[in-house]
Design a binder for this molecule. Structure first.
Ligand SMILES: [Zn+2]
Ligand SMILES: [Zn+2]
Length: 386
């Protein structure tokens, strides 16, 4: 099993690298994670270099790191479930004053560990919507904090939304994140071992902070020093879904979540992307967007169910949106289908597996003139881009 896994991972990584230097999967030995290129200045004199370093140390910077890129609840090739880490700080501390995690797909905590980050290091958590592929690892994350005496953490997500006979509730997710372990007796057993742990269990460490989803960007969280503001806006996916935008002195990033057009009628809608994402993304330095490649379009005979395809944003439309919104960089995650996967769930990918170039060209075909980056777990963009 190991040999098969490693071989396929190697093939996928090679394929990515052949077609683009901008995408990189996890596990490459040359670097811990991929970073957008910066000019090298090794030939400078030591004196000059020192001066530059001193000057740069206080300059604000931020990093946007894909902690997982898998599209949906599928399991393939070791990819982690969707999530994005946003860090902010100065050049002097490698942009690490603040660490904010958006979504917690399967394996998020493992990807963070590859960056040398444990759950106790994260300053705030944000959740785009109540689907398990975006929240699987929240339980592991909160249990770690509880085991190892972490502080309570802001969990920022939308307030309860009633849809037909159900309620989509982030509050209930957080309140019950440890329910199985309370029911099994484990939480009580561990409390008996150490009185230092919060008696309320892991869920008690979640400081839930909910907001109503709105049609215009609203500020939903601010860092204690006010340097980072996070806005949210409603998007069409399931009840309570939202996109987030992080504004910092170093730049801004919009993260789409699972946004698609409000109309699911593929014949009549002008595009598959969300007009609200377009609104909140205007002027961002970077747009992180979930994507479906048009090769899976049911119109092309892929067999992919129309209702499932209709609630995704397709790659050319994401390019058009970014062009209209004046966003110079697009980073794709939550790829449907995953890179190098011949089959998405039960549907064969027409024409064979896709690579980085396929996704990149598809985004550019929407009339986009900016840069396209295709995740790749741990793909990293540092802002401001140099
Ligand atoms: Zn998803
Ligand atoms: Zn979803």
């Amino acid at each position: 099993m190991n040999i098969v896994f490693n071989f396929s991972l190697a093939v996928s990584l090679l394929a990515s690298l052949v077609h683009s230097e901008e995408a990189e999967g996890r596990g490459l030995k040359s670097k811990k994670h991929n970073e957008a290129k910066e000019p090298k200045s090794k030939s400078k004199s030591i004196k000059k270099q020192k001066k530059t370093e001193t000057k740069n140390e206080n300059e604000p910077c931020m990093k946007v790191i894909l902690t997982g890129t898998m599209g949906g609840p599928l399991i393939f090739n070791g990819l982690a479930g969707p999530g994005t880490l946003v860090t902010y700080g100065t050049e002097g501390n490698d942009c690490s004053d603040l660490k904010m995690q958006v979504d917690f797909g399967r394996g998020t905590t493992l990807r963070l560990s590859e960056l040398g980050i444990v759950p106790n290091d994260i300053d705030a958590a944000f959740i785009t919507h109540m689907h398990s592929d975006h929240t699987d690892d929240l339980s592991i994350f909160m249990q770690y904090r509880w085991h190892f005496f972490g502080q309570p953490i802001d969990v920022v997500c939308s307030e309860d939304v009633a849809v037909f006979d159900r309620t989509m509730s982030c509050t209930q997710l957080v309140a019950n994140i440890d329910a199985a372990f309370k029911a099994s007796g484990e939480i009580s057993q561990r409390l008996a071992e150490s009185g230092k742990r919060n008696p309320g269990g892991p869920s008690a460490l979640g400081k839930i902070s909910t907001f109503p989803v709105t049609e215009d960007p609203e500020t939903v969280w601010e860092s204690p020093d006010g340097a980072v503001q996070v806005e949210a806006i409603r998007v069409n996916h399931i009840g309570g879904s939202c996109a987030f935008r992080f504004n910092t002195p170093a730049g801004s990033v919009t993260i789409s979540g699972m946004a698609a057009n409000d109309s699911l009628d593929m014949e009549t809608r002008p595009h598959s992307t969300s007009d609200n994402v377009e609104k909140i993304a205007i002027g961002s330095n970077l747009l992180v967007h979930s994507v479906a490649h048009p090769v899976l379009s049911p119109m092309g005979g892929s067999g992919f169910p129309p209702p499932l395809y209709a609630r995704q944003s397709n790659a050319p439309d994401i390019g058009s949106l970014a062009e209209r919104a004046g966003v110079p960089n697009v980073m794709l995650y939550h790829l449907i289908p995953a890179l190098n996967n011949p089959v998405h769930s039960i549907w064969e990918v027409p024409g064979g597996p896709l690579n980085v170039k396929d996704y990149k060209e598809s985004v550019l075909s929407g009339g986009y003139n900016g840069n396209v980056y295709v995740g790749g777990d741990l793909l990293t963009i540092k802002l401001p881009l140099k």
